[in-house]
Design a protein around this ligand. Structure first.
Ligand code: ADP
Ligand code: MG
Length: 410
């Protein structure tokens, strides 16, 4: 098995479209790496370049130690699973799985052994003599996986392999893919536009926007320390709330965050963790708050100084949580490329996201809350867990110069 190294990989199509730009990624041997991003951000192009199905315009691609830019697909020792399973309808499951091996003139006993092993792994043993039309969607998807597995490749490449399945089956197959990949420990690059799929499957997740890598990190780190507004808004559901705010330093040398007409007090730990924030005093910043970092203040005695007065617009009881849509008078963030890109992904007309994301916040309350729609309410903000971004660059404000990516150098 082998890792994968993308160095400065770029793609410009014949018509001049730039689909991928300066992609630098090191996929470790046995790692499950997921590329995620909105439709059109260059995920498929990146994967097809790795597979050898698309010419690499710029940069160098290595599989293990070997530079493979000009190696034809069949000699790269990678196996790709596509969104459309592309099974041969007239062939049995067995022959579909064996197809590639037969083409390679592998000895029959070896083919049989590999097909049966793969069928075992995939739970397809009893279906080996069926035709694809007599299989469920999930089983067809497994046959497609089987074709990749029997090749025993160095690298699996998967392009939205679950997108043709219904929601329930998708979750089920997601678990299976994770298990199979763990069992086989084959280096895997997986592409999806679904952030939940990305977060649950990836050892690391690479977020892309408009052909460019935004951040690559383990799922929890991506969630807790998004490098910029785009990653912050793309990862997480319901999405992170984003609004404009201003930092103030009080006479007592404390930090306050002003959101519209209201202020909350920031713990000293916040500034200690993000020293660069002190450069933003009296300047506008983009503030992010995740739904679960807000709650009904009535359930948090001693929450004074960390609450926002609001009105509940809409309440969705989920049993485990109350999803509460709250109106606050904080200003929406405008004129930021990340925000516009997120709005486009959600199919919202600009600047719809601004009003949806900042004047109306989406909170995940404890179900013990007795909030009712139309009622004024104090919302407790977990002020240690707020996110801060530079309004112009969209970059997270951390320890270094305002608006640099030093924290996230790849
Ligand atoms: N053969 C092609 N010729 C020109 N442009 C293309 C071609 N294939 C894809 N593109 C463009 O490249 C960009 C990235 O596409 P793609 O890699 O398919 O994105 P994703 O898989 O993330 O949806 C898009 O703008 C798309 O329209
Ligand atoms: Mg695609």
């Amino acid at each position: 098995m082998a890792g994968l190294t993308l160095s400065g990989i770029g793609k410009v199509y014949a018509d001049g479209t730039r689909a991928v730009e300066d992609l630098n990624v090191q996929v470790e041997d046995g790692e499950f790496l997921v590329f995620v991003g909105p439709s059109g951000c260059g995920k498929t192009t990146a994967l097809r370049m790795i597979a050898g199905l698309e010419v690499i315009s710029e940069g160098e691609l290595r599989i293990g130690d070997r530079v493979v830019n000009s190696v034809p697909p069949r000699d790269r020792d990678v196996a790709m699973v596509f969104q459309s399973y592309a099974l041969y309808p007239h062939l049995s499951v067995r022959d579909n799985i064996a197809f590639g091996l037969k083409l390679r003139k592998m000895p029959k006993p070896e083919i049989r052994k590999r097909v049966e092993q793969a069928a075992q792994v995939l739970g397809l043993t009893e279906y080996l003599d069926r035709k694809p039309r007599n299989l469920s969607g999930g089983q067809r998807q497994r046959v497609a996986m089987g074709r990749a597995i029997v090749r025993e490749p160095q690298v699996f490449l998967m392009d939205e392999p679950l997108s043709n399945l219904d929601a329930k089956l998708r979750v089920q197959m997601r678990t299976e893919i994770a298990r199979i990949q763990r069992d086989l420990a084959v280096t895997t690059v997986y592409v999806t536009h679904d952030q939940t799929e990305a977060m649950t499957l990836g050892d690391r997740v690479a977020v892309m926007k408009k052909g460019a890598l935004q951040q690559i990190a383990p799922p929890q780190e991506l969630y807790d320390r998004p490098a910029n507004i785009f990653v912050a808004g793309f990862i997480g559901s319901p999405a992170m709330n984003l609004m404009a705010g201003t930092l103030h330093r009080t006479d007592a040398d404390e930090f306050q965050l002003q959101l519209g007409s209201q202020t909350v007090l920031l713990p000293a730990a916040v500034i200690a963790a993000r020293p660069a924030l002190s450069d933003y005093v009296d300047r506008p910043v983009v503030v992010g708050v995740r739904p679960e970092d807000m709650d009904d203040a009535a359930l948090h005695p001693g929450a004074e100084g960390t609450t926002l007065r609001s009105v509940a617009d809409l309440i969705e009881p989920l049993g485990s949580d109350l999803i509460v849509h709250l109106a606050v008078d904080a200003e929406p963030v405008r004129g930021n490329d990340d925000i516009e890109e997120l709005a486009k992904d959600l199919g919202q007309p600009e600047p719809g996201i601004a009003s949806a994301f900042s004047t109306t916040l989406v909170a995940r309350f404890n179900p013990r809350s007795t909030v009712t729609a139309g009622q004024p309410i104090d919302v407790r903000i977990d002020t240690e867990r707020l996110h801060y971004f530079d309004q112009r660059t969209g970059l997270g404000i951390w320890a270094t110069e305002p608006g640099t990516l030093d924290q996230f150098r790849l």
